[in-house]
Write a protein that binds this ligand. Structure first.
Ligand code: SF4
Ligand code: SF4
Length: 236
């Protein structure tokens, strides 16, 4: 319904599904039907996604945002014709880029998995509402995107501190935390989408979740050592 609904993940899914190019057509700035104006969010999201594509070696011309409303039939037809020409010149996804299918798929999947982290890290810029739409084109720099990937965090639960309260497991949006009432919790690193929720919600008195950047994640505690034996509460 609105360009503002477009998400990085939708675009990556289209490329993973075999699209050679993706075009988003959105109402003109100042003509959005919604509040706050979704097409400003769309242009920020598009520019970030183009930078992400560039970072993984995909030609950013394969993604285009065009202002065109439902009543502008000729403009829409011209836009699609021009974009089709651009994509035909680039050829199938991966060919111009010199990427094998498996490599390309793996790159797209890796970024897809990082979308929650990227959106959290860039949330302030994603919500910016700049008067000059052209100013969005310089909002994200190549260095900034390189840094974003260098700073990808991992989260680890310290078995010495975990009290198996279950808060992180209940709040994890990816079902990446394993645990039970009397079982020290562990994070499945393959399922973790690096949203940082566990880090935020672990009660301060436990502070069992650590954020790691640029260092390896310690291996999970062996299964046989995960059980917590609690002292029975004294009566009276
Ligand atoms: S960061 Fe924590 S809450 Fe978020 S997906 Fe990973 S384990 Fe789950
Ligand atoms: S919120 Fe903290 S203490 Fe509770 S289960 Fe998770 S890591 Fe353990």
């Amino acid at each position: 319904m609105c360009g503002g609904r477009i998400d990085i993940a939708f675009i990556l899914r289209a490329f993973l599904g075999g699209a050679d190019g993706v075009i988003i057509c959105s109402c003109w700035p100042g003509e959005c039907h919604y509040v706050p104006e979704g097409n400003y969010n769309a242009v920020s999201m598009m520019n970030l996604t183009r930078k992400l594509l560039k970072h993984i070696g995909v030609n950013e011309e394969r993604l285009k945002l065009q202002w065109v409303t439902a009543s502008e039939g000729i403009r829409f037809a011209d836009t699609v014709t021009d974009f089709t020409k651009t994509i035909r010149n680039l050829g199938p996804l991966g060919s111009y880029e010199g990427l094998e299918d498996d490599d390309l798929k793996s790159r797209l999947q890796q970024v897809t998995k990082l979308v929650p982290y990227i959106k959290i890290a860039k949330r302030e810029k994603l919500l910016l509402h700049l008067k000059d739409v052209e100013a969005y084109s310089t909002l994200y720099t190549d260095d900034e995107i390189d840094q974003l990937f260098k700073e990808i965090p991992s989260y680890y639960i310290d078995p010495e501190k975990c009290h198996a309260c279950g808060t992180c497991r209940r709040r994890c949006p990816a079902g990446a935390i394993d645990g039970d009432k009397n079982l020290i919790h562990i994070i499945n690193q393959d399922r973790c989408i690096k949203c940082g929720t566990c880090y935020e919600v672990c009660p301060a008195r436990f502070s069992a979740v650590t954020k790691l950047v640029g260092q390896p994640v310690p291996p999970p505690i062996p299964e046989e050592k995960r059980k917590i034996v609690r002292k029975p509460k004294e009566k009276g």
